[in-house]
Design a protein around this ligand. Structure first.
Ligand code: ATP
Ligand code: MG
Length: 420
């Protein structure tokens, strides 16, 4: 072991487990790629003000969890704590919303950074797959995203997750509710920090996990009773579309989520096998965000699914993904001359699209065959001086154990035929 370790709250993805992460990323994004979403990649850091404005000064993310720093050139940047603000910033900068082709549907996958107290399922460096549909107000779009996330989790084999759904209202009805809620909360017995939260982000208090706070919230005004007719109709339509698609959800009127920019539809995917870090993904509508970061009004909706927690959810359900061996053929040379010839054949096989690996380092037959086994290759190609003198190599079927001499010049075609 070296003197260095991964920083606190981080971990390395290492083979063979890393293959599961790749497969999860792939599976979470597959439904998006199948539904008109285009891939977008933005920098790992942004102007810190983008997050301060776009995520909200009063959120935990901005006030406590952000890795903010000043560069040598004096720029104030932050490692991205989430994807939505960056993606919208990029879409506006590239004028994607002006092409007359709304909604702009984008998906992304990458690393995010939050200075949190590390726990199982809560890391300082984690990974998300996300989707944003920018520029359109249509309940079918909200429903589409929820349906696609549901499909992604189901395709992975997950079953013990639930969808929590709520509406946060809009700029008509939310302020009225906010005031009513503040009136209620100001009369409660709350600590200093929560009192501050009552003033800047009162909806977040509903989300407080502490039981002494939850107990006092009985009888709090509920947003549901304050929704304007337009928000109510919108929400009913989203729910009807989900029901028609056979996607089960639970109404959760306390679901508010951490970001300031959410409006109307808000949802979370929770998994019942994860303990307190139960949210595997979440999202919602953010009709006001574009204007908050200096763009035009662009009603939008999106989600982000946590890759790390999805992997933990698979473990909790005992689901192992069927990940095919990456190597099809493993070449084992016996002797110097065979090494040169087989190394050439390996390159030929790879060029022909056959996943091939080679016993490097001049190892003995026994050790090399062990590596061949470990690689999961279906076929081993072994050659010694005598085989080569006859113009052959030996192709061994690792499943049946059968071995067959194949002429050097025929190897690629023979192997391709066997694998087809
Ligand atoms: P939580 O309430 O658990 O803190 P969040 O509301 O902060 O979650 P979002 O900002 O909605 O999370 O991010 C979407 C998803 O990203 C989460 O549902 C979760 O799966 C994942 N995620 C968020 N923060 C972390 C983290 N620190 N470590 C690992 N995964 C995370
Ligand atoms: Mg959080």
């Amino acid at each position: 072991m070296s003197t260095f370790q991964a920083p606190k709250g981080t971990y390395d993805l290492i083979p063979p487990d890393s293959a599961t992460y790749l497969a999860v990323r792939e599976a979470l994004s597959a439904p998006l790629r199948n539904s008109g979403y285009g891939y977008i990649e933005t920098p790992g850091f942004e102007d810190v003000a983008l997050f301060a404005r776009g995520v909200g000064e009063s959120t935990d993310i901005v006030s406590k969890e952000m890795y903010a720093f000043e560069t040598k050139g004096g720029d104030k940047l932050a490692l991205r704590p989430e994807g939505t603000a960056s993606v919208l910033r990029a879409a506006l900068e590239a004028n994607l919303h002006k092409g007359g082709n709304l909604p702009v549907k984008l998906w992304y996958s990458g690393s995010y950074y939050r200075y949190e107290r590390p726990q199982k399922g809560r890391y300082r460096h984690f990974s998300q797959v996300g989707a944003e549909a920018v520029g359109t107000e249509d309940p079918a779009l909200d429903a589409e995203l929820i349906i696609l996330a549901d499909q992604a989790y189901r395709a992975l084999g997950l079953r013990r997750f639930r969808i929590l759904l709520n509406s946060l209202g809009d700029k008509e009805c939310r302020p009225v509710y906010r005031e009513a809620l503040q009136g209620f909360l100001r009369d409660l017995d709350l600590d200093e920090e929560t009192r501050r939260r009552v003033e800047i982000n009162p909806l977040r208090v509903l989300d407080d996990k502490r039981s002494e706070v939850q107990k006092q919230l009985t009888g709090a005004p509920m947003l549901r009773d304050y929704l304007c007719d337009a928000c109510k109709a919108y929400h009913d339509e989203v729910r009807a579309l989900l029901t028609a698609a056979g996607v089960a959800y639970e109404d959760d009127e306390k679901l508010v989520r951490g970001l300031d920019y959410y409006t109307r539809t808000t949802f979370e995917f929770v998994h019942d096998g994860l303990g307190s870090q139960s949210a595997v993904g979440g999202g919602g509508r953010y009709d006001g965000l574009s204007e908050m970061i200096g763009g035009p009004a662009l009603p939008s909706v999106g989600w982000a699914l946590g890759v790390d927690r999805t992997v933990l959810a698979l473990e909790a359900e005992g689901v192992t993904l069927d990940i095919p061996a990456t190597t099809s053929v493993y070449a084992v040379p016996l002797g110097e001359e065979a090494r040169r010839v087989l190394f050439g054949l390996v390159t030929e096989l790879r060029k022909a699209g056959v996943a091939t690996d080679f016993a490097f380092g001049g190892r003995g037959l026994k050790g090399a065959m062990k590596s061949a086994n470990r690689s999961g290759a279906r076929y081993t190609v072994v050659a010694g001086e005598r085989d080569l003198a006859e113009g052959n190599v030996q192709v061994k079927d690792m499943e049946s154990g059968e071995q067959q001499a194949v002429a050097v010049g025929d190897l690629v075609a023979v192997v391709q035929g066997k694998l087809a």
